[in-house]
Design a protein. Structure first.
Length: 229
């Protein structure tokens, strides 16, 4: 039985469409120190590993889980955002090769595009400004715009509702982390693909349930265009 065409592509930012030069871990180190975590030793290493494992999730949720205290989590989150904002000018923030062209090609074939993140709205806007991407997509969403961040389905479903997509089987999701995969599956998206340009490798993405694992967003755009042909 033929599928409905894909009408919405929900794309993660850092690691999937944007290369940020490892800024997340650098900003995390600043935030962890601000929250009182020891600067070296097993506690810090466990925290860094947790950040890697949960990459793609809402940052405030990560700090809540790590610190177990709302005040400390808020302190860490504010420090993270400030550090990311300060450091963004020190590295070459750039599109993943072919990302801008892939987004434009998808939109040209009638696919709506939403860019999503685990960052705050302010940090996402800073990234969009650094890239000159304010108008590149149909919609941009941070966790605060949707209710909850990944691995929950809220970002994907909010994109579907705001862009008036008829059904979840018309949605395709792409991300570089297991959290992206979990969110896409929870939302019922027909395609939930992993990109090998970011944090997690192919075995982890496949184990998380990815329907496809692709070298980059460029191949994802080709996949969606082929489905609509």
């Amino acid at each position: 039985m033929p599928h409905n065409p894909i009408d919405l592509a929900v794309l993660d930012m850092a690691g999937t469409t944007v290369a940020d030069g490892g800024l997340v871990l650098r900003a995390f180190d600043v935030a962890a120190t601000a929250a009182g975590l020891e600067t070296e030793g097993p506690q810090r290493e466990r925290a860094r590993q947790y950040v890697l494992d949960t990459m793609g999730q809402s940052k405030i949720a990560v700090f809540r889980a790590l610190l177990g205290d709302e005040d400390r989590a808020q302190t860490a989150n504010h420090a993270f955002e400030a550090a990311y904002d300060d450091l963004i000018d020190e590295v070459d923030i750039a599109p993943i090769p072919g990302a801008a062209e892939a987004i434009s090609a998808l939109r040209a074939t009638g696919v709506r595009v939403a860019l999503t993140t685990g960052f705050s709205r302010e940090t996402q806007d800073r990234l969009l400004d650094a890239l000159g991407w304010r108008d590149i997509a149909d919609l941009t969403l941070a966790p605060s715009d949707a209710g909850r961040g990944r691995p929950y389905p809220d970002l994907v479903l909010t994109a579907l509702l705001r862009l008036r997509i008829d059904a979840v089987d018309r949605v395709a999701v792409l991300g570089d982390t297991t959290s992206d995969i979990a969110a896409g599956l929870a939302a019922g998206s027909r395609i939930v693909a992993g990109a090998l340009t970011g944090t997690h490798d192919e075995p982890r993405l496949r184990a998380a349930g990815a329907t496809h694992v692709l070298p980059s967003v460029a191949e994802f755009a080709e996949l969606i265009r082929a489905e609509r042909a």
